[in-house]
Structures are given as structure tokens and as C-alpha cells.
Write a protein that binds this ligand. Structure first.
Ligand SMILES: NC(=O)c1ccc[n+]([C@@H]2O[C@H](COP(=O)([O-])OP(=O)(O)OC[C@H]3O[C@@H](n4cnc5c(N)ncnc54)[C@H](OP(=O)(O)O)[C@@H]3O)[C@@H](O)[C@H]2O)c1
Length: 249
């Protein structure tokens, strides 16, 4: 199956995994809505969308918004439908990580973690369930920490694990044969990881992968593509892509 002529929404597409995924999809001829959160990146995102149109001959549109709120989720899906004609694929990179003992987590931190990792996922999934075309694919980024028995990441693990169960239920509830899956990378070489980790722990993480290194965004993109293309029979699953860092039983 090809991505040519398909259309996709990719959130967090101004940097890191989201941006590289957008490039990889554009290279294959997929029309795109690219999203960013912070308004200060909207101009750069507009230029990115223009470059994609010029370089790959695709339709591309940009959207900035806080996806913990209901209205921007609705606007984003409506914009994609109107500008791209239809939505076949929806990929959600929205996330926030916190490494802290649970006894020290403030209520504000807890609320932010659940707003960004869980509520935004719910709002995105609800729009996707209602607006995607028949046989569409929804891919939600979660974390390989969901299979880890560890300290420090309780609120991140708790908030991301809800996404897995929303996908499972949706995979049975869909009347349009939309597949709903999570992808869980291992510790990935982006600033998202380094903000919460010590150098020593990053070195340890490397030893836990059979390749002796961190996950790169380039390791994850082929798996996202597979789910969006030929892997459509997979649904309601969480695919752990961590090179041996963790895996569920
Ligand atoms: N890096 C890792 O070690 C790792 C490992 C496993 C899984 N993951 C998951 O992979 C995904 C992508 O991570 P990444 O490493 O590529 O880092 P990233 O680029 O920082 O991805 C997180 C994205 O969430 C966006 N976001 C935060 N709050 C938002 C809000 N209220 N509304 C809309 N968007 C919001 C961020 O935008 P702003 O920064 O502009 O707020 C950012 O674009 C995340 O879901 C993460 O949980 C990452």
C-alpha cells in the first residue's frame, strides 16, 4: 500500500519525531496537516508546510493549537477535512514527561501531565473516531515505560497507559474499520528525554538496548508507516519499539 493520495494529521510536527514523520510521509506523497503547540513556532511551521508543498507536490496545511482544549481539536480536524478533502491517518505525538517521586508531585504537575498525555489524547481520538475516512489509521505515541517496573515515572506511566485502553475500546467500537494503535518507543534521542534524565541514567539506558544505543526517531518512523499502510489488520495494540529496553509479557 502507498501513502500517495492519502492524507494525514500529524501533531507536534514542528520538531523531533513529529517533524521527521511529516517529512517521511510527504516524501511518499501523503497530503498533510502539520500541527505545533507553541504559537512562537507557527511561522516556522507555515514555512515547513510551504516547503513540503514545493518539494513533494503535496497539499500541506499548518495548524497551531493547545490540544488539551476541545475547540482546537475540532478546528484541526475540520481544517484537515476541508483543505485535504478527507483524513486517512491521524498521528498524535502530544506528550509531556516528568521524572519525580510520586510523593513529591504537586497537584498542578499531576493535572498538567493528565491534561497533556490523557485528555489531549481523548479529544484527539474522539475527533479521529468521528472524522477519519473508512479504513483509516490512528497512531498514538505512548512509551515503552508502560512495560517498566520502575520508580520516578509513575504519573507519566499512569497518564500514558490510559491512551492504550482508549485505543483498545475504539478498535472494537469503530463502524468504519479504522485501526487504533499505540506505538511505544524506547528512550529516544530527543530533548524530551534529556530534560528529565541524568547523564549516568542515559548511559544505562543505552546498555539496555541490544544495539547499545538510544532509540532514534528514524527507528520509529518505519513502524509508524507500517501501521498506516500495510499493517492495517493490527488494531487495539501497543507496539513496543525499544530494541529490548522493555517489552510487555
Ligand atoms: N523522547 C523519548 O524518550 C520518548 C520515548 C517514548 C515515547 N515518547 C513519546 O513520543 C512523543 C514524541 O516525543 P518527542 O521525543 O518527539 O518529543 P517532542 O517533540 O517534545 O513531543 C512532544 C510534543 O507534544 C507537544 N505538546 C505539549 N503540550 C501540548 C499541548 N498542550 N497541546 C499540543 N501539543 C502539546 C509539544 O509541543 P511544545 O514542546 O511546543 O509544547 C511537542 O511537540 C511524545 O508523545 C512522547 O511521550 C518519547
Amino acid at each position: 500500500m502507498s501513502l500517495k493520495g492519502k492524507s494525514a494529521i500529524i501533531t507536534g510536527a514542528n520538531k523531533n519525531l513529529g517533524q521527521k514523520t511529516a517529512l517521511a510521509f510527504a516524501e511518499e506523497g501523503c497530503d498533510l496537516l502539520v500541527h505545533c503547540h507553541n504559537p512562537k513556532f507557527k511561522k516556522d511551521l507555515d514555512s515547513f508546510a510551504e516547503e513540503l508543498k514545493k518539494d513533494y507536490g503535496i497539499k500541506a496545511v499548518s495548524f497551531q493549537g493547545d490540544l488539551t482544549q476541545e475547540a482546537p481539536n475540532k478546528e484541526m480536524f475540520e481544517l484537515a477535512s476541508s483543505k485535504l478533502g478527507k483524513i486517512d491517518i491521524a498521528i498524535n505525538n502530544v506528550g509531556m514527561v516528568l521524572r519525580k517521586p510520586l510523593a513529591e508531585v504537586s497537584l498542578d504537575e499531576y493535572n498538567a501531565m493528565f491534561d497533556i498525555n490523557t485528555k489531549a489524547a481523548f479529544l484527539f481520538l474522539r475527533e479521529a473516531a468521528n472524522k477519519l475516512a473508512e479504513n483509516g489509521s490512528v497512531i498514538m505515541l505512548t512509551t515503552s515505560l508502560l512495560a517498566a517496573y520502575t520508580d520516578g515515572y509513575s504519573i507519566y506511566q499512569a497518564a500514558k497507559s490510559g491512551v492504550e485502553f482508549m485505543c483498545k475500546a475504539l478498535s472494537k467500537e469503530t463502524k468504519k474499520q479504522i485501526s487504533f494503535n499505540c506505538i511505544s518507543p524506547g528512550p529516544m534521542d530527543t530533548p524530551f528525554l534529556y530534560g528529565q534524565e541524568t547523564k549516568e541514567r542515559v548511559e544505562f539506558f543505552k546498555t539496555q538496548a541490544s544495539a547499545g544505543r538510544l532509540t532514534k526517531v528514524e527507528d520509529i518512523i518505519p513502524i509508524i508507516k507500517f501501521l498506516a499502510k500495510d499493517g492495517h489488520w493490527i488494531t487495539g495494540q501497543n507496539i513496543f519499539c525499544s530494541n529490548g529496553f522493555t517489552a510487555p509479557k
